[in-house]
Design a protein around this ligand. Sequence first.
Ligand SMILES: [Zn+2]
Length: 327
Amino acid sequence: MTHRDDHLDDGGPALISRRTFVARTSSCAAHIGLMAAASPPLLRLGWLAQDRFPVAASAPWGNLLRVAEGVWALVSDPLADRTTLCNGGIIAGRAGVAVVESFSTPAGAEWMIEQARLLTGRPPTHLVVTHYHADHSAGLAGALGQDLDVVSSDTTLDLIRERVSAVPRGILDDAVVLSGRRPTELDLGDRSVILVHRRGHTASDLSVEVPDASVMFCGDLVWNAMFPNYVDATPSRLTQEVRVMRLLNAATYVPGHGPLADASAVDGYLTVLDSVETAARSAIERGLTADVAGAEYSLPAGFEDWTLFSPSYFARAIGAWMTELQG
Ligand SMILES: [Zn+2]
């Protein structure tokens, strides 16, 4: 068996299915590249096309779906191509156009900015980054030379400065900084977009909410059909924040990764989050390490087909909960 290099930091994460993970890990020490090769195309899983959302543009890295009048969501296919890697969007108003996320590469951000121009006939005026993780922020250089405001929270901009070396410092220094905890209105003329400070996935996660269209861009607070990354999570806060977002009962939730969600899909995601907490409490009771608990963890009934970027995500999630519970 030929093992490909399994380092995740340069090429970004691979994607595997739980079933493939279980089948492979016994014989092959979690070599991500091999597992990605064995995963089914996401198109077949129904991620990239949903009947209720017309496809406005298609690219090797994902589909741009029209979710409401003047609102589009990019559903990335991280298995096929890593140009964008995360989901994002475009929100148009009479006086402005906002792009959500700068994606994993400048080419991804440039493509999305160009789509905004093609779909609305105008260049975007704002680019909102939900949180600092590189798959959402590393493409910021693609906004250089554009006449738009990069918008994010003070904490997120500081974390990008510290940890995402691909982002030119000038673009961060020129950004519109959201400080404090109050929601901020982005006035697009005939449409208000509300940027809400939340946290739980990282120390600072913005949700980008379009109340008139009942659409919420969730950043990585919400994942759908993919197991979430707890690398920076405050688990109890994450669950609480998602419950609050669910109570808003949006017609469409755009997750950070995976297919577009409705309220019942967010309920499903909460079932998965709760199962991680249960697994962590059980691990503490039985004196298990996070690694052992992660190896024995299985997704709740009905969610077995969820995929994950890395087999380490189960142990990482349970470990994050154990750390929090054990103080
Ligand atoms: Zn992400």
